[in-house]
Write a protein that binds this ligand. Structure first.
Ligand code: UDP
Length: 139
């Protein structure tokens, strides 16, 4: 077991559905602790920068439009194997393929509006946490 931190985003569709509390409960019940959090309306350039790795993919402009369509809730989650644990709690990218009981199976509409983001590896987690949180915001 290794103590890790991961970056989680509750996307505009889930914020609009008023299920932040229910999603936080899934994190906590899964053994993940919320160690930093902020609600934010992403600008176009902030969303483009965050998803820069996908900039050549056909869905990129729709993804940026979606991520800026309303406020998002951004948090750092901490726990044993937090990166993989969060991905497990989230479920597959496409909610149609997500296992029952996962966040995406229960709250996501489609592969585009899929409720949550979670870092996929230690390197990306470090970059993504630093993208949204300064050192003094992280204890
Ligand atoms: N996405 C999309 N259409 C696709 C694939 C991905 O809109 O065909 C969006 C979706 O919001 C997804 C994000 O791009 O969450 C990042 O894709 P990735 O494959 O990294 O999935 P994730 O890590 O979020 O499960």
């Amino acid at each position: 077991m290794s103590l890790q931190r991961t970056l989680s985003i509750i996307k505009p569709d889930a914020v609009k559905k008023n299920v932040i509390g229910q999603i936080y409960q899934r994190f906590e019940e899964g053994g993940l602790k919320i160690v930093a959090a902020k609600m934010k309306q992403l600008s176009q350039s902030e969303a483009e920068g965050f998803y820069a790795v996908h900039k050549d993919r056909p869905f990129f402009s729709d993804l940026v439009k979606f991520m800026t369509s309303g406020p998002v809730m951004i948090q750092v989650l901490e726990g044993d194997n937090a990166i993989a644990k969060n991905r497990e709690i989230m479920g597959a990218t496409n909610p149609k393929e997500a296992e029952a009981g996962t966040i995406r199976a229960d709250f996501a509409e489609s592969i585009d509006a899929n409720a949550v983001h979670g870092s996929d590896a230690p390197e990306t987690a470090a970059v993504e946490i630093a993208y949204f949180f300064s050192t003094v915001e992280l204890t």
